[in-house]
Ligand binder design. Sequence first.
Ligand code: E4P
Length: 236
Amino acid sequence: MPIFLDSSNLDEIERFHRMGIIRGVTTNPTIMRKEGVTGGMSGIGAKAKAIARLIAPLPVSVEVITNDPFKMIDQAKMFAGWADNVNVKITIHGPQGELENLEVIHKLEATHDIRVNVTAMMSAQQCFLAALAGATYVSIFGGRVNNMGYNACGEISKLRQVLDAFQLRAKIIAGSTREVLNVIEWLGAGAHVVTVVPDLLKGMVVHPYSKETVQMFLRDGAKVEESLEPPKPGKQ
Ligand code: E4P
């Protein structure tokens, strides 16, 4: 399941889903807002349900919009009720470093059987703890890690080693893509998934030399089509 789409744009999701190259979708409140989602929980619900329907049975991650542990559980239960393929995103800790989120994550996975994607993580050690708490997915923000002057590949590879060594089931999602190269390099470092913004996915497909080659094939194909006589065998 190597590539997820980091977007809540239905046209983009449908387009890449039709190509068969994405295995899931991730969203967050910032992505939703950028896409024009308003109306609180009903706006988020409408968008999340539309994405879930579009890509089912592939997973879509939807993030809670509260920092209150009780409300997080309520929102998570509501999200999980929207569709079977909705996963719930919870940040690793609160805005001031509050620690209650790990307990919420553990409770959602262990008691409520809700798949959690733990998000906004910048290091292998954060992801390791989220995996121990029982998270289905641990999201490390590779682009932000690199922007802070650390090495995302190093964190991802250390993380993969400990997950495998302790047989933890969490899957690593590397997000916060900034460059086309991030996809292959983060998968190579050990991420199970890279969640990619649509523009970078387009950038992965299109190559200037491929364009030139396709143009040559079409030009010559048109000439072959125009020519009246078939070429003599051996004279090409
Ligand atoms: C991942 O799940 C997040 O939605 C996303 O990749 C965050 O990226 P950003 O650093 O561009 O906000």
